[in-house]
Design a binder for this molecule. Sequence first.
Ligand code: IMP
Length: 207
Amino acid sequence: MSGIRRVLFATGNEGKMREIRSILADTGAEVLSMKEAGISVDIIEDGATFEENALIKARAVAAALTETDCVVLADDSGLVIDALGGEPGIYSARYMGEDTSYEEKNTNLIGRLEGVPDEKRTARFVCAIAAVMPDGREFQVQAAIEGRIGYEQKGEGGFGYDPIFYVPDFGKTTAEMTAEEKNRVSHRGKALEQMKEVLRKNEGFDR
Ligand code: IMP
């Protein structure tokens, strides 16, 4: 059987590329970034959910692709805070403006939760991943990691909202975890593992 040989991951983010390369390493598939595939498309993410936005990205990149043997994957992720009605949610990257530092965004969110007790500070990082196959079939997965918004920023690792995302099971924020620890339990790590299994079941890899 000839399985999936090439996967294109629709992101410009090197951290995400490292993660997907390490998760797909055992499949024998070649993993390409947009840059490596020579693709640049302007994508308007106007979906109402993480799933819709991931699919919009994957479809746009698949449409721009001239190679016909490549599976296209795209992800959309963000932080959902229950006490703020789900904010910043699908607007996580754009919250307070793309150019505002995460130091400021995190300070702002902690401020908005002033007086909110522990049990109401629940939040989750969510990641949706969409796949568009060479024959047009589409697959979707979504995963989350549950946590609570802390009272101060802690940790130097990770990125974005990691310093305020406290994971009770670990007793620390995702910014205080090592990359390996975080990848094992994170929304993106779990969604990527799920997608790998979906692809394995529906199409297969060489290994
Ligand atoms: P996108 O999925 O690249 O569109 O962006 C999602 C945004 O959500 C990021 O810019 C971060 O603000 C936030 N986010 C997603 N995943 C994480 C994470 O693992 N840690 C911290 N922030 C995250």
